[in-house]
Design a protein around this ligand. Structure first.
Ligand SMILES: Cc1cc2nc3c(=O)[nH]c(=O)nc-3n(C[C@H](O)[C@H](O)[C@H](O)COP(=O)(O)OP(=O)(O)OC[C@H]3O[C@@H](n4cnc5c(N)ncnc54)[C@H](O)[C@@H]3O)c2cc1C
Length: 317
């Protein structure tokens, strides 16, 4: 079977869950080959990639690959595509992944699909477009299919691959070194999962009423092991930090479960969450548009409903 390249996302040597999802997806379509770009690959990381099916692990370990913004990674992948002629390239549909995908498409004269939420035989992708307003099935017709897949689109399942390591030498052009990274600031990681990767997201909107009241949303999130999100009305009011905003001008999430509390369901909010597998809405207005989208709805005051729900969940643990 043809090789499918999967660009590894990692933080300080730890492989991110989305990469395991992409390897699982690649396994159903061909032979997965992980591509690690940058220094610092560890034995644990290699074992993890092999555990989820990587038959090969291409390692470009040069420091240069991470000293500049995304261009070197796109160049390295383009060289690998020219060398190995893979059947497809999969990247995570993160901000960085999508930029790499676009650049790689130009360099290899190939078609690119972003924000895929599924990928089937013949590399036909289910894609969420126009700010999530329309779902289409799309297929690349030119060059090597490059597909940026959203986190949580597939459940990661282990199935051992050989994990044979192969060093790759990358030659970077001057153009790829145009923008140097001068500083990296580590964001303090809380106990909650990262918003775009979380399997469960609990979001609060204007209905939450104040910054202090967001503790109700956080309480439910913590009971479920979920990430916290917010509507723009809530972030603009200063009730919750902007980095947690879900929607067209915020983060795009695609969790297994999305709970929207006190959120009306404006199109710009839907754009960031409507590919969630199951949507639960809690709103005191039975006519709120979010109920058109929700799989389950609770009509009621979130200040009563959410604490009761949190208590019930805690009892079952
Ligand atoms: C260019 C542009 C980009 C935008 N980008 C985004 C974006 O990225 N993300 C985003 O979210 N919005 C975005 N917006 C804003 C968007 O249009 C909405 O204004 C916003 O999503 C509304 O947030 P909300 O649902 O929390 O507030 P509202 O629309 O005011 O809804 C609040 C809801 O809470 C309910 N409620 C009130 N009290 C309670 C209670 N006690 N219990 C239960 N329910 C209660 C109400 O019935 C109501 O349905 C954007 C707008 C524009 C123009």
């Amino acid at each position: 079977m043809s090789e499918i390249l999967v660009l590894v996302e990692q933080v300080e040597g730890e492989v991110k869950k989305v990469t395991l999802e992409l390897l699982t997806l690649a396994r159903s379509l061909g032979t997965p080959a992980a591509v690690w770009l940058g220094p610092g690959i560890t034995a644990d990381a290699k074992a993890k990639l092999a555990e989820y099916g990587a038959e090969k692990i291409y390692v470009g370990g040069s420091e240069e690959l991470v000293q500049y913004v995304v261009a070197p990674k796109a160049e390295a992948l383009a060289q690998l595509v020219a060398d190995k002629s893979p059947a497809a390239v999969l990247v995570a549909a993160t901000a960085e992944g999508k930029e790499i995908a676009g650049r790689l498409a130009v360099k290899t004269d190939s078609g690119v699909i972003t924000d895929a939420v599924g990928l089937g035989e013949g590399f036909v992708a289910d894609q969420s477009i126009f700010g999530g307003g329309v779902n289409v099935r799309a297929k690349v017709r030119r060059g090597t299919p490059i597909v940026a897949v959203r986190p949580n689109s597939t459940a990661p399942a282990p199935s051992a691959g050989a994990g044979a390591e192969e060093e790759i030498a990358v030659t970077l052009s001057d153009a790829a070194k145009a923008t140097r990274v001068v500083e990296r600031v580590k964001q303090e990681k809380g106990a909650r999962p990262e918003l775009t990767e979380a399997a469960i997201v609990v979001s609060g909107g204007r209905g939450v009423g104040s910054a202090e009241n967001f503790s109700v949303i956080e309480g439910l999130a913590d009971a479920l092991g979920a990430a916290v999100g917010a509507s723009r009305a809530a972030t603009d009011a200063g009730w919750y930090p902007h980095q947690f905003q879900v929607g067209q001008t915020g983060k795009t999430v695609s969790p297994q479960l999305y709970i929207a509390a006190g959120i009306s369901g404006a199109i710009q909010h839907r754009a960031g969450m409507q590919t969630a597998k199951t949507i639960v809405a809690i709103n005191k207005d039975p006519e709120a548009p979010i109920f058109e989208l929700a799989d389950y709805g609770v009509v009621g005051d979130l200040h009563q409903v959410v604490p009761q729900l949190t208590e019930e969940i805690k009892k079952r643990k």
